[in-house]
Design a protein around this ligand. Sequence first.
Ligand code: SF4
Ligand code: SF4
Length: 96
Amino acid sequence: MGVSLSRRAFLGGAEPTPAPDSPRLAVVGQGCLAARGVYCRSCAESCEAAALRIRPLPGGRAEIAIDPDRCTGCGDCLGVCPVEALSLQQRPPDDA
Ligand code: SF4
Ligand code: SF4
């Protein structure tokens, strides 16, 4: 009975696209340009679920972090990466 409210919505954040039915999850590999100090945000800009976050690192570098609660496994980010650093992998069993 009643309306359930996710913790994220309760805390004021946007409600994520329902992800977790997908057995797949995006993963950033070592070829990522941002990790090498080259400005690139193409994947984050392409993700409608806002599952990709930029974490600045020293030296002008950045880490691309993937929020497993938001990633739908749609694969849209893979095609925009100029160095094919992204891939889809199976979610860990306890993350599905
Ligand atoms: S697979 Fe889809 S939802 Fe997941 S990070 Fe890439 S674009 Fe976003
Ligand atoms: S599009 Fe590719 S190179 Fe650019 S930030 Fe994303 S993973 Fe890194």
